[in-house]
Design a protein around this ligand. Structure first.
Ligand code: UDP
Length: 452
């Protein structure tokens, strides 16, 4: 790659997962358009293979020797704890090499995903400015920051002891209940707390950027700003700022042609993100509920997302009968395009933060089926704060699926949610547009890192 002398370089360190890589690459494109040179440091896990859109960027690999299967087997919390330990020394070597290579650059700033905190320790050693990028939202960030306090005061005991208080509101975090706190389904609470403790080190960073907009969570942003003594910049939603292709998997575009044939707002889009894992009986309950709702549906079933199956080949025969009439199943969809399609009237979602932003960004109401971590916070906000979602709790059960789909797709309640979602969509558009809050925040952030 040709090195342009005298430019400011940003070194980006994404978490190797789709939901983190997308906003990081959107940020990279945005900063590049503002005159920064870009280097992206990745590990071998979920390696982002850049298209021509990223031809001016430098991609480097952080060497590590973790088993290939760790990402799948350890699920986020334990994997991230292990990855951070593993990468610190090799990232140091990687960075010294890069600094020599780019010695003509004016300066280098490291922007790391909040969960790649090994980068912070190395940046500190090299006395380089560094920025925390939160690819979740301000409310989750704030929850994590108060987690430790809650734990110290034994406020988290209902979670540990299953005292039946999980439906009670957490003091100071309205409208979140104990069960909505961003705990992981796949790791013990102690390990989750260990990870969160490592991410919240306000001393080391120059500032925090968050892929959110103040119109979505102004009070959480204010609380967070009060708690941190470094600037907090809400600069999102970044997918509305940059349209660069960031998918790790090939998107099946045939579903757009299928959608073209459907009536306005008549299709429920079902997608549970990049990390979901379902049991066969859950898939069958979903299929049955969707079928009896009598609505058309577009369903993403990612290969490997049904325990014990490559894809859908081992499902009972009734599965094909239930989806073949009104359904269309794909392995991976162009999700943003799908949500923007006039045929889509609702989104059955696991409520990952990107999916949440993408749904609001297109004015589509959500049936919330969170599984773990921040998804539960997002679902709480979709339902109780923005009032553009309904939560389906408990076991996946065919009648509950049918009822939820009908509530959102048919009748007045769904229509009201759709109207509120359309209003939020306009407010998000305004935020990222000229003079909007995220637009201004991004400008201030760029000015800030240029001054470092
Ligand atoms: N996605 C996609 N096609 C699909 C399913 C998901 O492009 O068929 C994208 C989606 O648009 C989103 C990302 O994958 O940007 C998932 O991120 P999210 O934060 O919602 O969930 P995660 O995968 O991290 O759980």
């Amino acid at each position: 790659m040709e090195v342009k002398p005298g430019r400011r370089r940003v070194l980006l360190v994404p978490v190797p997962a789709q939901g983190h890589i997308s906003p990081m690459m959107q940020l990279a494109k945005t900063l590049h358009s503002k005159g920064f040179s870009i280097t992206v440091a990745q590990t071998k896990f979920n390696y982002f293979i850049p298209s021509d859109d990223f031809s001016d960027f430098q991609f480097v690999t952080i060497p590590e020797s973790l088993p290939e299967t760790d990402f799948e087997n350890l699920r986020p919390v334990l994997f991230l704890l292990k990855l951070n330990k593993e990468c610190q020394a090799s990232f140091k070597d990687c960075l010294s090499h890069l600094l020599l290579q780019h010695s003509s650059d004016i300066s280098c700033v490291i922007i790391y995903d909040e969960f790649m905190y090994f980068a912070k320790a190395v940046a500190k050693e090299f006395k380089l400015p560094n920025v925390i990028f939160s690819t979740t939202n301000a409310t989750t960030f704030f929850c994590r920051a108060v987690f430790e306090k809650l734990d110290a005061n034994n406020v988290l005991s209902p979670l540990k002891d299953s005292e039946g208080k999980e439906n009670e509101l957490v003091p100071g975090l309205h409208p979140l209940r104990y069960k909505d706190l961003p705990t992981s389904k796949f790791a013990p609470l102690e390990k989750t707390l260990e990870l969160y403790r490592s991410t919240v080190d306000k001393q080391a960073a120059s500032c925090v950027i968050i892929n959110t907009a103040s119109c979505l969570e102004n009070s959480s942003l204010c609380c967070l700003q009060q708690q941190l003594d470094i600037p907090v910049y809400p600069i999102g939603p970044l997918h509305m700022v940059s349209s660069a292709p960031t998918s790790l998997l090939e998107e099946n575009k045939s579903c757009i042609e299928w959608l073209d044939e459907q009536k306005r707002n008549s299709v429920i889009f079902v997608s549970l993100g990049s990390l979901a894992l379902m049991e066969t009986n859950e898939v069958m309950e979903m299929a049955s509920g969707l079928d009896s709702s009598k609505q058309h549906f577009l369903w993403v079933i990612k290969p490997g997302s049904i325990r014990g199956s490559e894809w859908i080949e081992f499902l009972p025969e009734e599965f094909s009968e239930m989806v073949s009439g009104r359904g269309y199943v794909v392995k991976w969809a162009p999700q943003k395009e799908v949500l923007a399609h006039h045929g889509v009237g609702g989104f059955w979602s696991h409520c990952g933060w990107n999916s949440t932003l993408e749904s609001i960004g297109e004015g589509v109401p959500v049936i919330c089926r969170p599984s773990s971590s921040d998804q539960k916070v997002n679902a709480g906000y979709l339902d109780c704060v923005w009032r553009i979602g309904i939560q389906v709790e408990g076991e996946v059960e065919r009648r509950a699926v049918e009822r939820a789909v009908k509530r959102v797709m048919v009748g007045e309640e769904g229509e009201e949610m759709r109207k509120r979602a359309m209003c939020l969509k306009e407010r998000l558009r305004a935020s990222v547009g000229e003079g909007g809050s995220s637009h201004k925040s991004l400008h201030e952030f760029v000015h800030f890192i240029k001054s470092l």
